[in-house]
Design a protein around this ligand. Structure first.
Ligand code: HEC
Length: 217
Protein backbone atom coordinates (compact mmCIF):
# COMPACT_ATOMS: atom_id res chain seq x y z
CA UNK A 1 0.00 0.00 0.00
CA UNK A 2 2.82 2.33 0.87
CA UNK A 3 4.60 1.68 -2.41
CA UNK A 4 1.35 2.20 -4.28
CA UNK A 5 0.78 5.56 -2.61
CA UNK A 6 4.34 6.71 -3.32
CA UNK A 7 4.03 5.76 -6.98
CA UNK A 8 0.55 7.35 -7.13
CA UNK A 9 1.84 10.65 -5.74
CA UNK A 10 4.89 10.55 -8.03
CA UNK A 11 2.77 9.93 -11.14
CA UNK A 12 0.48 12.84 -10.25
CA UNK A 13 3.46 15.11 -9.54
CA UNK A 14 5.14 14.21 -12.84
CA UNK A 15 1.91 14.55 -14.86
CA UNK A 16 1.12 17.93 -13.33
CA UNK A 17 4.65 19.23 -13.79
CA UNK A 18 4.78 18.16 -17.43
CA UNK A 19 1.27 19.10 -18.53
CA UNK A 20 0.47 21.79 -15.98
CA UNK A 21 2.86 24.40 -17.32
CA UNK A 22 2.24 23.92 -20.99
CA UNK A 23 1.12 27.05 -22.74
CA UNK A 24 1.60 29.43 -19.85
CA UNK A 25 3.57 32.57 -20.63
CA UNK A 26 6.08 34.20 -18.38
CA UNK A 27 8.15 37.34 -18.51
CA UNK A 28 10.87 35.85 -16.36
CA UNK A 29 14.28 34.82 -17.69
CA UNK A 30 14.20 31.11 -18.44
CA UNK A 31 16.39 28.84 -16.37
CA UNK A 32 19.20 27.88 -18.71
CA UNK A 33 20.96 24.72 -17.72
CA UNK A 34 22.59 24.51 -21.14
CA UNK A 35 22.13 27.79 -22.97
CA UNK A 36 22.96 26.28 -26.33
CA UNK A 37 23.65 29.17 -28.68
CA UNK A 38 20.99 31.56 -27.44
CA UNK A 39 23.56 34.17 -26.53
CA UNK A 40 26.79 34.42 -28.46
CA UNK A 41 29.33 36.92 -29.67
CA UNK A 42 28.80 37.41 -33.39
CA UNK A 43 29.20 39.90 -36.19
CA UNK A 44 25.93 40.94 -37.71
CA UNK A 45 25.66 41.93 -41.37
CA UNK A 46 25.91 45.66 -42.06
CA UNK A 47 26.90 46.41 -38.47
CA UNK A 48 29.83 48.50 -37.27
CA UNK A 49 33.20 47.00 -36.51
CA UNK A 50 36.13 48.99 -35.18
CA UNK A 51 38.60 46.26 -36.21
CA UNK A 52 38.46 47.15 -39.90
CA UNK A 53 39.70 50.44 -41.32
CA UNK A 54 36.34 51.23 -42.94
CA UNK A 55 34.50 50.35 -39.68
CA UNK A 56 32.20 47.86 -41.44
CA UNK A 57 31.61 44.21 -40.62
CA UNK A 58 31.04 43.18 -44.21
CA UNK A 59 34.09 42.30 -46.28
CA UNK A 60 34.41 42.10 -50.04
CA UNK A 61 34.38 38.49 -51.29
CA UNK A 62 37.92 37.12 -51.59
CA UNK A 63 39.41 36.68 -55.05
CA UNK A 64 38.43 33.58 -57.05
CA UNK A 65 35.37 32.89 -54.95
CA UNK A 66 31.98 32.29 -56.55
CA UNK A 67 29.73 35.22 -57.32
CA UNK A 68 26.05 34.37 -57.21
CA UNK A 69 23.67 35.48 -59.94
CA UNK A 70 24.51 36.12 -63.54
CA UNK A 71 27.35 38.58 -63.14
CA UNK A 72 25.96 40.47 -66.11
CA UNK A 73 24.15 43.44 -64.70
CA UNK A 74 23.73 43.08 -60.98
CA UNK A 75 20.97 45.67 -60.74
CA UNK A 76 18.98 44.11 -63.52
CA UNK A 77 19.28 40.36 -63.17
CA UNK A 78 17.45 40.32 -59.86
CA UNK A 79 14.60 42.15 -61.48
CA UNK A 80 11.80 39.70 -62.46
CA UNK A 81 11.32 41.57 -65.72
CA UNK A 82 14.93 41.15 -66.72
CA UNK A 83 15.42 40.04 -70.30
CA UNK A 84 18.62 39.80 -72.26
CA UNK A 85 19.39 42.85 -74.35
CA UNK A 86 21.18 41.30 -77.28
CA UNK A 87 21.39 37.95 -79.05
CA UNK A 88 24.88 37.28 -77.73
CA UNK A 89 23.76 38.03 -74.19
CA UNK A 90 20.77 35.72 -74.70
CA UNK A 91 23.16 33.00 -75.85
CA UNK A 92 25.35 33.44 -72.76
CA UNK A 93 22.29 33.35 -70.51
CA UNK A 94 20.21 30.54 -71.98
CA UNK A 95 22.36 28.69 -74.51
CA UNK A 96 19.73 29.45 -77.17
CA UNK A 97 20.17 31.19 -80.48
CA UNK A 98 17.91 33.77 -82.12
CA UNK A 99 15.56 31.00 -83.38
CA UNK A 100 14.93 29.80 -79.83
CA UNK A 101 16.76 26.50 -80.40
CA UNK A 102 19.84 25.40 -78.46
CA UNK A 103 22.84 26.83 -80.21
CA UNK A 104 26.14 25.25 -81.17
CA UNK A 105 27.95 28.57 -80.96
CA UNK A 106 30.35 28.79 -78.03
CA UNK A 107 30.02 32.35 -76.71
CA UNK A 108 33.56 32.83 -75.34
CA UNK A 109 36.91 32.69 -77.04
CA UNK A 110 38.50 29.36 -76.24
CA UNK A 111 41.91 29.24 -74.60
CA UNK A 112 43.80 27.00 -72.22
CA UNK A 113 42.93 29.17 -69.24
CA UNK A 114 39.20 28.71 -69.85
CA UNK A 115 39.74 24.98 -70.27
CA UNK A 116 41.56 24.81 -66.92
CA UNK A 117 38.80 26.83 -65.31
CA UNK A 118 36.33 24.29 -66.70
CA UNK A 119 38.36 21.35 -65.43
CA UNK A 120 38.68 22.85 -61.97
CA UNK A 121 34.95 23.57 -61.80
CA UNK A 122 34.04 20.16 -63.21
CA UNK A 123 36.14 18.46 -60.55
CA UNK A 124 34.35 20.40 -57.85
CA UNK A 125 30.77 20.33 -59.09
CA UNK A 126 30.29 17.33 -61.38
CA UNK A 127 32.96 14.70 -60.76
CA UNK A 128 31.34 13.24 -57.64
CA UNK A 129 28.42 11.95 -59.70
CA UNK A 130 29.74 11.81 -63.27
CA UNK A 131 33.24 10.47 -62.54
CA UNK A 132 36.70 11.72 -63.50
CA UNK A 133 36.28 10.68 -67.13
CA UNK A 134 32.62 11.65 -67.39
CA UNK A 135 31.54 8.03 -67.73
CA UNK A 136 29.09 8.10 -64.83
CA UNK A 137 31.41 6.26 -62.47
CA UNK A 138 31.39 8.79 -59.68
CA UNK A 139 31.79 8.08 -55.98
CA UNK A 140 28.02 8.40 -55.62
CA UNK A 141 27.36 5.44 -57.94
CA UNK A 142 27.27 2.79 -55.17
CA UNK A 143 24.59 4.90 -53.48
CA UNK A 144 22.25 4.64 -56.43
CA UNK A 145 22.92 7.96 -58.21
CA UNK A 146 23.33 6.80 -61.77
CA UNK A 147 24.62 9.89 -63.50
CA UNK A 148 24.59 9.72 -67.29
CA UNK A 149 27.81 8.97 -69.17
CA UNK A 150 28.78 11.72 -71.62
CA UNK A 151 30.17 9.19 -74.03
CA UNK A 152 27.29 8.37 -76.31
CA UNK A 153 26.34 9.79 -79.67
CA UNK A 154 23.28 11.56 -78.37
CA UNK A 155 25.33 13.74 -76.00
CA UNK A 156 28.30 13.99 -78.39
CA UNK A 157 25.98 15.45 -81.03
CA UNK A 158 23.98 17.60 -78.62
CA UNK A 159 24.59 21.33 -79.13
CA UNK A 160 26.77 23.18 -76.60
CA UNK A 161 23.72 25.21 -75.59
CA UNK A 162 21.92 22.02 -74.56
CA UNK A 163 24.74 20.91 -72.24
CA UNK A 164 24.81 24.43 -70.85
CA UNK A 165 21.07 24.22 -70.20
CA UNK A 166 21.42 20.89 -68.35
CA UNK A 167 24.05 22.47 -66.07
CA UNK A 168 21.89 25.56 -65.60
CA UNK A 169 18.45 24.05 -65.04
CA UNK A 170 19.20 20.39 -64.36
CA UNK A 171 17.50 17.44 -65.98
CA UNK A 172 15.47 14.59 -64.50
CA UNK A 173 17.18 13.60 -61.28
CA UNK A 174 20.00 16.10 -61.68
CA UNK A 175 19.52 19.47 -60.03
CA UNK A 176 20.41 22.72 -61.79
CA UNK A 177 23.49 24.62 -60.71
CA UNK A 178 22.70 28.15 -61.82
CA UNK A 179 22.67 29.48 -58.28
CA UNK A 180 26.18 28.13 -57.63
CA UNK A 181 28.00 28.71 -60.90
CA UNK A 182 28.36 31.90 -62.88
CA UNK A 183 27.49 31.86 -66.58
CA UNK A 184 31.11 31.84 -67.63
CA UNK A 185 31.89 28.98 -65.25
CA UNK A 186 29.03 26.92 -66.70
CA UNK A 187 30.30 27.56 -70.23
CA UNK A 188 33.83 26.66 -69.13
CA UNK A 189 32.44 23.33 -67.90
CA UNK A 190 30.77 22.77 -71.28
CA UNK A 191 34.19 23.27 -72.85
CA UNK A 192 35.84 20.77 -70.51
CA UNK A 193 33.02 18.28 -71.01
CA UNK A 194 33.72 18.43 -74.76
CA UNK A 195 37.39 17.70 -74.01
CA UNK A 196 36.35 14.71 -71.90
CA UNK A 197 34.19 13.42 -74.76
CA UNK A 198 37.07 13.85 -77.17
CA UNK A 199 39.41 12.04 -74.78
CA UNK A 200 37.33 8.89 -75.09
CA UNK A 201 36.44 8.99 -78.77
CA UNK A 202 39.20 10.69 -80.79
CA UNK A 203 39.84 8.91 -84.05
CA UNK A 204 43.29 8.41 -85.56
CA UNK A 205 42.32 10.42 -88.65
CA UNK A 206 41.51 13.48 -86.54
CA UNK A 207 45.13 13.75 -85.39
CA UNK A 208 47.65 15.92 -87.20
CA UNK A 209 50.89 14.42 -88.54
CA UNK A 210 52.89 15.97 -85.70
CA UNK A 211 50.50 14.56 -83.11
CA UNK A 212 50.71 11.16 -84.74
CA UNK A 213 54.51 11.18 -84.71
CA UNK A 214 54.48 12.35 -81.07
CA UNK A 215 52.48 9.24 -80.25
CA UNK A 216 54.78 7.08 -82.38
CA UNK A 217 52.04 6.21 -84.87
C1 HEC B 1 24.23 14.84 -57.56
C2 HEC B 1 24.80 14.17 -58.70
C3 HEC B 1 25.07 14.97 -59.93
C4 HEC B 1 25.89 16.08 -60.07
C5 HEC B 1 26.68 16.79 -58.99
C6 HEC B 1 25.87 16.41 -61.47
N1 HEC B 1 25.06 15.55 -62.16
FE1 HEC B 1 24.73 15.56 -64.15
N2 HEC B 1 23.41 14.04 -63.95
C7 HEC B 1 23.13 13.38 -62.77
C8 HEC B 1 22.08 12.39 -63.00
C9 HEC B 1 21.48 11.47 -61.93
C10 HEC B 1 21.76 12.48 -64.37
C11 HEC B 1 20.66 11.69 -65.10
C12 HEC B 1 19.43 12.56 -65.07
C13 HEC B 1 18.21 11.87 -65.62
O1 HEC B 1 18.20 11.61 -66.84
O2 HEC B 1 17.28 11.66 -64.83
C14 HEC B 1 22.62 13.51 -64.94
C15 HEC B 1 22.62 13.89 -66.28
C16 HEC B 1 23.52 14.75 -66.86
C17 HEC B 1 23.63 15.01 -68.28
C18 HEC B 1 22.85 14.32 -69.40
C19 HEC B 1 21.56 14.98 -69.70
C20 HEC B 1 20.81 14.19 -70.75
O3 HEC B 1 20.35 14.78 -71.72
O4 HEC B 1 20.65 12.98 -70.57
C21 HEC B 1 24.64 15.92 -68.45
C22 HEC B 1 25.16 16.50 -69.76
C23 HEC B 1 25.13 16.26 -67.12
N3 HEC B 1 24.42 15.53 -66.18
C24 HEC B 1 26.14 17.15 -66.87
C25 HEC B 1 26.54 17.52 -65.59
C26 HEC B 1 27.54 18.53 -65.32
C27 HEC B 1 28.34 19.26 -66.40
C28 HEC B 1 27.63 18.64 -63.97
C29 HEC B 1 28.48 19.62 -63.17
C30 HEC B 1 28.26 21.01 -63.42
C31 HEC B 1 26.73 17.68 -63.38
N4 HEC B 1 26.08 17.03 -64.39
C32 HEC B 1 26.58 17.47 -62.00
C33 HEC B 1 23.71 13.61 -61.55
C34 HEC B 1 24.56 14.66 -61.25
Amino acid sequence: MRTFLTIYVLVIAVTVSILGFRGSLTEKEPVEVFNDMDRQAKYKPQAENSFHANRQNDRLPPKLTMSRGNALDVKNVFNPEFTAKSASEELVLSGKGANGEFSDIFPYSVDFELMQYGQESYNIFCMTCHGVAGDGNGVTKPYGILATSYHDDRLRDAPDGYIYDVITNGKGLMYGLKDRLSNKQRWAIVLYLRALQRSQSASLESLSTTEKSELGL
